[in-house]
Each structure stands twice: as structure tokens, then as C-alpha cells.
Design a protein around this ligand. Sequence first.
Ligand code: SAM
Length: 207
Amino acid sequence: MKKYKTEQERFWAGQFGDEYIKRNDNEAIIASNIAMFSKILDGIKNVESVIEFGANIGLNLIAVKSLLPNTEISAIEINQKAVLELQQLSEKITIYHKSILDFIPEYKRDFVLIKGVLIHLDPNCLQDVYDKLYQTSNRYICIAEYYNPVPVEISYRGHEGKLFKRDYAGEMLEKFKDLSLIKYGFAYHRDPSFPQDDLTWFLFEKK
Ligand SMILES: C[S@@+](CC[C@H](N)C(=O)[O-])C[C@H]1O[C@@H](n2cnc3c(N)ncnc32)[C@H](O)[C@@H]1O
């Protein structure tokens, strides 16, 4: 098996990551994603390229592509089974089968997305990942994660060291002074129509 720098990467590349795919493969998730990205992308112009960090089987990218049909899309994903599913999608996707921690952007994309992934990374790697999100973006960065005003760890399906909540958006705004917060919102798991996993999303623009 490939050597990774962190236990969190091994966790997602391995059996837990494989089982996550089975639990989260359904059309209702795409509908909820379309509803969420409709809000995020409303009023946003000139997005010709999108890349998702930690795309899993592409349920966000399918939603984004339905809203922005002429957009070039790319995905970074560590789990091989997820990559196999991404390769089978009808949408043409440039796939980087690797860890975000090893990703080096070849060129910038207009819209850089990370959703439900920062929360699962080794917190010691966050500064590096913030740099990569920033360096990969031509204009917009969207993060959708679990918010908490101070960093906390919570148990994740019986696993320790695998789930964290913090003010990821605030940390990025502190780090990159030319980022502006365009909009933000919350998507609730009890939403009667289009639930999400209690995500707080933020859209930044590089000014
Ligand atoms: C909770 S899932 C979220 C998937 C997707 N972003 C979504 O919103 O449906 C986390 C995803 O990030 C991937 N992932 C976790 N750590 C990663 C890393 N270091 N590099 C690349 N992908 C990673 C996992 O394999 C998994 O597909």
C-alpha cells in the first residue's frame, strides 16, 4: 500500500473510505447538492473551471456541472474505489488520484471547492492545505465544513483523531488578506426538502 504522511490519509484510502462510498451513493444527495450549489453559485459569473479537493464519487461535481454545463471539471481523490467511480461518470473529469497533501496545481481554476474534507484532515496539515486551496484558485474558493468557534475533536463512527470542527473559514480569512467573504450559509440535516450534513458553507473571492 502507498505510504502516506498521516493516519487520516490511510484511513480514507483504506476500508473506511471504501465503505463510505456505499453509504453515500444516492440520487437524493445529488438533489440536495444542486439546491446548495444553486445558492452558492447564484450571481457568480465567469466560472469556466472547477476543481474539488476530496471529491469522492463526484456527487458535488455532478451537481455543479448541472448548474454550469460548460465548465471544465477536475477532482482530487485519495480513495481508489472512489476514483474508479469518478472515471465511469458521463461527465468528463480530470482526475488526480492522490492525496491533497501531495497535490501540486498545474494551473489555476476559477472555482475551488472543498466540502466535508478539511474536517477529516490532520489538523497539523491545515496550513498547507489552505495554501493549496489558495494557490489553486484563480478567483473563487468555496469551503463547506463543520463550524465551531474554537477547534474541537469529536468521535467519528467510533474512530478517534478522524473528525474535527473549527472556524476553517475564519482561519483562511486571517491567512490571506486579499480574500473577501462573498456569502455564507448553513445547510441543516432536518431540512424537509434538501438536507445536508449540518454544513456551514463560505464563498470567498480573491480580490
Ligand atoms: C466525507 S467525504 C466528502 C466527499 C465529498 N467532498 C462530498 O462532499 O460528498 C471525504 C472525501 O475526501 C477524501 N479525502 C480524505 N482525505 C483526503 C486526502 N488527504 N486527499 C484526497 N482526498 C481525501 C475521502 O476519500 C472522501 O472521498
